[in-house]
Design a protein around this ligand. Structure first.
Ligand code: SAH
Length: 214
């Protein structure tokens, strides 16, 4: 088996660059995070394949290309405050934390939240704060956010997340009528009550479960 560093280089070139990821800060972040640490032991050999993989509790770690694509779509600046809904393995939070000042991340499954917190601490990430709870309600305490990313599929745009977006902020979220397939949407808050949304591409995420979700 090729070393993980070598596999990571191949992933960057073949799955990200070739498919059009061009933001250098995103590329650098994807280079820096050791994806193999976020994957369960039995899938280590497939850590750098361009596909999602199962994690505990019937959830998944997203495919590298989608993590990069969503990160790029957020149009991040280094000074941004970011909220992620769906910590899962903590991988996307780790990637995001290489670009912005602080990542706030919410996970509804307590076992996953605890495992991600422990792993990120062990790996030395100090600008990620994880909260266990229903992310469809956002995290009002730290709002407003310059960027919000949801890594689970929603039936509709959750109102609390729209409200917690800063003016000029971006929300990237998979939205779909069915449980399994969604359209990735980017919403920009232009002013107090003016939002503009655009469809980016088709995606497949596990369901967003909660008061403003399924
Ligand atoms: N970003 C993750 C992908 C996780 S999959 C990673 O990089 O590994 C989606 C996650 O969203 C799952 O862990 C699921 O438990 C969580 N989730 C679903 N509904 C949620 C909600 N309402 N609030 C917070 N997390 C939620």
């Amino acid at each position: 088996m090729k070393s993980f560093d070598r596999q990571r280089d191949i992933m960057i070139r073949e799955h990200l660059q070739v498919r059009g990821i061009s933001d250098q800060s995103v590329m650098k972040a994807m280079c820096e995070v050791p994806r193999e640490e976020f994957v369960s032991e039995q899938f280590l050999e497939r850590a750098y394949g361009d596909h999602p993989l199962p994690i505990a509790e019937g959830q998944t770690i997203s495919q590298p290309y989608i993590v990069a694509y969503m990160t790029e779509a957020l149009e991040l600046r280094t000074t941004d405050k970011l909220l992620e809904i769906g910590t899962g393995s903590g991988y996307a939070a780790a990637v995001l934390s290489r670009i912005v000042t602080t990542v706030y991340s919410i996970e509804r499954v307590s076992g996953l939240a605890a495992a991600a917190r422990q792993l990120l601490k062990r790996l030395g990430y100090t600008n990620i704060v994880i909260h266990e709870g229903d992310g469809t309600l956002g995290w009002p305490e730290h709002a407003p956010y310059d960027a919000i990313v949801v890594t689970a599929g929603a039936p509709k745009l959750p109102q609390p997340l729209l409200e917690q977006l800063a003016i000029g902020g971006r929300l990237v979220i998979p939205v779909g009528r069915s449980y399994e397939v969604q359209e990735l949407i980017r919403v920009r808050r232009l002013s107090e009550d003016d939002y503009r949304s655009e469809e980016l591409c088709g995606v497949r995420f596990v369901p967003l479960i909660g008061e403003e979700g399924w």
